[in-house]
Design a protein around this ligand. Structure first.
Ligand SMILES: *[C@@H]1O[C@H](CO)[C@@H](O)[C@H](O)[C@H]1NC(C)=O
Length: 259
């Protein structure tokens, strides 16, 4: 390849759309975060537990290990990739953003402040997407809480740099708080337990996605099977993110589809 062709190829690769893939239970991979980034996947999820004054990452109580904290598995590696001390084929910057989904496994009230504190190095660096003064400023990293995340604490935060994973199915029937509307300044993401809608047809799937998009909110389906037919169903519906545990499999399916 000539030098000019190589530059053009690199430019078009960097301009490529974000892969609509979300790394579910990301911390269970051999190298959390990096397995996803190696495949160009920029949405990852960590389950957190507030135990013994530490924010531990793991799937169940039995998997917890004092050395596996949110800081050691995610915050420090993210900082190292941003500052260039750790190599990654996918960079993390304002132009190449990472979505970090945090699934609260322990009580929302107990876990909220430790999580906010744990984000401090990213906050100090100016890397967090932040809502302040009525404006949403995109940062290199958008942190979204799911599971037991307390909505009222997210809504009350000002400035706000930790967001909420809303429920696709209740965007039209609920409000985040009195006098407030759902939108990306509270919930950049809304999710849906697929088992609750698995009987719906393709058109209704599209409507679910479009319904969230009408609020400028991106969508994710969870509790799904890891196979190409299922993934295609969500991509056909236009979902921004599709949950997967089999990252290699879904990457191949996406590459085949978008080739
Ligand atoms: C980059 O960030 C990592 C993680 O916080 C840190 O250990 C390292 O010292 C930083 N390196 C530079 C060059 O700033």
């Amino acid at each position: 390849m000539s030098k000019a062709a190589a530059v053009l190829a690199a430019l078009s690769a960097s301009a490529a759309a974000v892969k609509p893939i979300h790394s579910h239970n990301d911390y269970t991979r051999e190298t959390p975060l990096m397995t996803a980034l190696d495949l160009g996947i920029v949405s990852v999820e960590a389950d957190i537990w507030w135990r013994d004054e530490k924010l531990l990452v793991g799937h169940t109580l039995f998997d917890l290990d004092d050395s596996k904290t949110l800081d050691s598995l995610y915050i420090q590696p993210i900082l190292a990739i941003i500052n260039g001390s750790m190599e990654s084929p996918t960079t993390i910057s304002k132009d190449s953003q990472l979505q970090l989904l945090i699934d609260f496994k322990t009580d929302g009230g107990d876990t909220y402040q430790p999580l906010i504190d744990a984000l401090e190095p990213l906050r100090t660096g100016g890397y967090l997407t932040t809502y302040t003064g009525g404006a949403l400023q995109q940062g290199a990293v958008t942190v979204v809480g799911t599971g037991n995340t307390p909505l009222e604490s997210v809504v009350a935060a000002d400035p706000r740099d930790f967001f909420y994973d809303a429920n696709i199915l209740s965007l039209y029937s609920t409000k985040p708080a009195d006098g407030q509307e759902w939108g990306p300044e509270i919930a950049p993401l809304a999710s849906c337990d697929y088992s609750k809608v698995s009987g719906v047809g393709d058109d209704q799937m599209k409507e679910l996605v479009q319904g969230a998009h009408d609020f400028n909110i991106k969508t994710r389906f969870w509790n799904t099977d890891d196979n190409t037919d299922t993934w295609n169903k969500f991509w056909d519906a236009g979902s921004d993110w599709v949950n997967a545990d089999d990252l290699a499999g879904i990457s191949e399916a996406w590459d085949a589809r978008s080739a």
